[in-house]
Design a protein around this ligand. Structure first.
Ligand code: NAP
Ligand code: GLV
Length: 306
């Protein structure tokens, strides 16, 4: 019986140390150097290469090392076992810290002043009146963000697949209510999972539903956005600025127009990074549940894809 970590291109030594400490009797193997694939019962994965789990004949469960599972589900040879993902209040707090910081950046027009500094341009202007926020995706992260902005005095609307009730938040559900959710928001925050339904969902038609001059923040997945439509919306003034933490291709390729666009702020997918200790605790809990034949915490609905 062992746990395999299939997390390429990342230093997982601290995660291994945490797991060894919490599960001293369990062998922790690291892909691609899996000595005994037939012993692997539990796999922890992040952007695993397609087919890399296929040799784990006794695999019982897969744990995503992140909140999102889109990269896990692209593997066409994924074994047919339960899949779980990270849900961590600390991760949600980190996401809120990023979002409230970026909203302040846009309120104070710091995006413009940072742009002006190398040009030695002195262009004082009063803060932008950003008072209403729409949150697309009202799950673990979206609800925490919506609650924060309500408490901070913003008008908040939320949009999800199924109807929700959240004190103080105007909640909308389904494609038919998308326009109502976004049409009066000064800031639109994307916290949707990437699925078949949300792939390229934010296209020209959807950006045209936004309030003219809105600020757009994408902290979900890059492929939810049609890049060309986003650039066109910025160039036409339908959006006044965009803050992008996630991209269709990561790292964002050299020469991509987002890098130099004066109305775009780029951050390298850092808005909420998996915390090793809390992730290790959840991995251990799910490994033990798996051994005892109990349902995993935070299991993914494979049909919905999130
Ligand atoms: P979650 O709990 O699964 O919530 C997803 C929300 O999106 C739910 O409210 C869901 O609606 C809604 N949704 C899904 N499909 C929809 C559709 N077709 N139309 C309308 N609403 C839809 O996910 P989470 O934990 O909040 O995380 C959201 C995403 O954030 C993750 O999938 C990941 O991609 C991203 N993320 C990014 C970072 C980063 O560092 N940038 C960090 C962590 C996570 P229902 O409530 O009706 O099901
Ligand atoms: C990060 O993007 C995550 O899904 O946890």
């Amino acid at each position: 019986m062992s746990i395999a970590l299939v997390i390429p291109d990342r230093d997982v030594s601290r995660l291994v140390a945490e797991l060894n400490q919490r599960l001293p009797d369990v062998v922790i193997e690291q892909w691609p150097d899996i000595a005994q694939p037939e012993q692997v019962e539990f796999a922890v994965v992040w952007k695993q290469p397609a087919g890399s789990l296929a040799d784990f004949r006794k695999l019982k469960a897969i744990q995503s090392y992140g909140a999102g599972v889109d990269s896990v589900l692209t593997d066409t040879a994924l074994p047919d076992v339960a899949l779980s993902r990270i849900v961590d209040p600390g991760l949600a707090d980190d996401m809120v810290r990023y979002l409230k910081t970026m909203v302040s950046v846009y309120q104070l027009r710091l995006d413009r002043f940072i742009h002006d500094q190398p040009l030695q341009q002195w262009r004082p202007k009063r803060p932008r009146p950003l008072e209403s926020i729409a949150v697309l995706g009202m799950g673990a992260l979206g609800q925490t963000a919506a609650n924060h902005f309500i408490k901070a005095g913003f008008q908040v609307s939320g949009w999800s697949r199924s109807a929700k009730q959240l004190t103080g938040v105007r909640c909308y559900a389904g494609v038919g209510q998308f326009e109502d959710a976004v049409k009066s928001a000064d800031v639109v925050i994307c916290l949707l999972p990437l699925t078949k339904e949300t792939d390229s969902f934010l296209n020209e038609q959807r950006f045209n539903c936004f309030k003219p001059g809105a600020v757009f923040i994408n902290v979900a997945r890059g492929a939810i956005v049609d890049d060309r439509a986003l650039l066109a919306a910025l160039d036409m003034g339908q959006l006044q600025a965009a803050c992008l933490d996630v991209f269709r291709q990561e790292p964002l390729p050299a020469g991509h127009p987002f890098w130099h666009h004066p109305q775009i702020t780029v951050t390298p997918h850092i808005s909420a990074v998996t915390n090793i200790q809390t992730a290790a605790a959840q991995i251990v809990e799910n490994y033990q549940r798996c051994q005892q034949g109990q349902p995993l915490l935070h299991q993914v609905d494979m049909q919905r894809g999130y």
